[in-house]
Design a protein around this ligand. Structure first.
Ligand code: ZN
Length: 268
């Protein structure tokens, strides 16, 4: 495996185990990443981890990493030790199973973004993007497919990380683009898309993100006629070349003659 540029230290401050928040159960195989935010403006990485430790036997909610403008702290082992399970998405949510074939808590690393007026958004965001890219590299995950947001898995209850990112003037789509670029930079690869997979001319794909369906042409400037949630299965009738998004120029044409970008879907 290639090298990955370590831009920031990862501080391990593990929660006491066994406890409600840290069971010590091992993740058999890391399959994806769930992007979260703390939902608590101006709470810091250090503050959140201290709170988790102090209330470790009162509640089971947990996550692996907290990121603010100064630190990346790992409180349940993921990058700095054998990955253990953390409790960051309700088990009764089914979207994770539909998208990745497994419950998030059993197979995903949960990363929490700290935000707020007292947290330098640019510095926190840089660290957040980098650590997500590093998780992709460490567990051999495709950064274009292996990242989802809590709000996409549990849309009736959650708005993170979109809310936190918004307060840092970023969108979720921006985060995904930046993680892909960071991965390419830190792994020393020009772009993942230099490996071009030519999909069959017709078939079915499944959206992995909130996907824009555009009319007229395979272009990010074409009008959005529909937005479908992650997990939506779409029939396509053609594969075409269009505007580059993250260096990927492949788009699909759906049965209505509209277009959507290939980076937002997985083949079925
Ligand atoms: Zn969350």
């Amino acid at each position: 495996m290639s090298q990955f540029t370590i831009k920031y230290p990862i501080v391990s401050r593990y929660l006491t185990t066994p406890s409600k928040r840290r069971s010590g159960k091992i993740i058999p195989k890391v399959v994806f990443i769930v992007a979260h935010d703390t939902g608590n403006p101006n709470s810091t990485a250090k503050g959140n981890v201290s709170y988790y430790e102090n209330s470790r036997d009162e509640m089971s909610a947990s996550a692996h990493l907290f990121v603010d403008d100064k630190e990346i702290i790992e409180c349940v082992p993921a990058l700095t030790g054998t990955p253990e399970k953390a409790w960051h998405v309700f088990y009764n949510v089914t979207t994770d199973n539909q998208l990745y074939g497994v419950n998030a808590n059993d197979a995903a690393i949960g990363v929490e973004y700290c935000y707020g007026s007292k947290i330098n958004a640019d510095e926190a965001y840089k660290r957040y993007v980098w650590v997500i890219a590093f998780i992709c590299w460490k567990f051999n995950l495709d950064p274009q497919k292996a990242i989802t947001g809590h709000c996409f898995l549990d849309p009736t209850r959650k708005t993170d990380p979109v809310t936190g990112l918004m307060q840092s003037r970023r969108t979720y789509e921006q985060l995904l683009r930046d993680v892909v670029a960071e991965y390419a930079e830190c792994a020393g690869e020009q772009s993942l898309n230099t490996v071009t997979v030519v999909p069959p001319k017709t078939g079915k794909v499944k959206a992995t993100v909130k996907l824009n369906i555009r009319s007229g042409s395979p272009s990010t400037r074409a009008a959005v006629v529909n937005v479908v949630p992650p997990g939506t299965v779409i029939d396509y009738t053609d594969v075409v070349q269009g505007d580059a998004v993250n260096g990927n120029t492949t788009w699909y044409k759906d049965t209505n003659g509209n277009f959507f970008w290939s980076g937002g879907v997985v083949a079925l």
